[in-house]
Design a protein around this ligand. Sequence first.
Ligand SMILES: NC(=O)c1ccc[n+]([C@@H]2O[C@H](COP(=O)([O-])OP(=O)(O)OC[C@H]3O[C@@H](n4cnc5c(N)ncnc54)[C@H](OP(=O)(O)O)[C@@H]3O)[C@@H](O)[C@H]2O)c1
Length: 349
Amino acid sequence: MASQGNRVIRVFVAGLGAVGRRFVGLMARQEALLAARYGLRLVLVGAADSSGAAVDPEGLDPLRVVAMKEARQGVSAYPAAGRPGMHVRDALAASPAGLLVEATPTNLRDGQPGLDCIRDALARHIPVVTASKGPLVLAYRELVAAAERAGARLAFSGAVAGGLPTVNIGRRDLAGSTVLRVEGVFNSTTNYILTSMAEAGTSFAEALAEAQRRGIAEADPTLDVDGLDAAAKLVIVANSVLARPAVLGDVEIEGIRNVTPEQVAAVRREGRVLKLLALAERAGEEYRLSVRPTALEAEHPLARLRPWEMGVRYVTDTMGVIYAAIDEPDPLPTAAALLRDVIDVCAGR
Ligand SMILES: NC(=O)c1ccc[n+]([C@@H]2O[C@H](COP(=O)([O-])OP(=O)(O)OC[C@H]3O[C@@H](n4cnc5c(N)ncnc54)[C@H](OP(=O)(O)O)[C@@H]3O)[C@@H](O)[C@H]2O)c1
């Protein structure tokens, strides 16, 4: 039970899929912790999915929303508050939201519907926490400028490898140093597939099906296996951590679709491990960006990543070499990263 005096944050959640509905679940599950530790009370004033929306200024019941989604019901069927067919932007505008949590599907073509939602929120001085890559990849500088104009935060630590604090380490903890090289295993679907192929001799198709069953693979797995998901994350790191304005076209991309079990086995026989490596290498004042299957020496920390782990390694001039990894067998850590950003934004950090 929230105690009196907690700061009320009215939250609108766009997208109630694997990530969004877990975030809504955390709003309820972590209620006491948020109140006790941060003096925050999150109230869900609106939510949207592909069926439409539900809006209630007094607050929707987060657990009811989760139960509806788990029962494969659209949120627009929410009693009294449901708005079948209402566009997510209209629902956001109709709600008294003080914070947008955006977890709609990543769309690398035009960033929608997330991009316009984020634009709308920032135009109304509403801070944004997002997990979706499309808007950041396509419009990073525009959105950062809009956030600055609005005096509203735009937080996205969950957009690059979910709970792995890739962006936070790079932006906050490497302050004052120059990053010489970023190496990332940013896509757990491909890491799972390559590890299964190497260790269990699983076929590409079987390993991909298992990743989808666990909800780790994107709805459209071509983003994962063709390297676009990892490249999108590298673009976000380039823009946000390396201050290198970058778009997808700047990344040399090779996915794992054509990697054969024989190639994986041959690399393994040499004592090395094949990973889909996202790489930013400093070249003069610039960074060269690439994503490709790469044979890493067995002792390289990213070579040791287990199937559902992702990791990042920063090589710097003065901060040494920093490495972080996360075991992320389901989308809960991504939802937790959204909550981490919500706390960060609300605390004004
Ligand atoms: N899954 C992960 O582990 C992970 C990790 C890091 C980042 N992300 C990013 O987080 C975002 C969400 O991922 P997810 O796995 O939760 O995706 P998802 O399971 O596909 O869920 C997407 C949600 O958006 C809703 N939606 C689709 N079109 C919409 C529209 N036009 N208007 C409003 N809502 C719409 C869907 O509605 P329905 O429920 O009605 O289908 C669903 O609730 C993506 O951008 C993804 O790249 C995911």
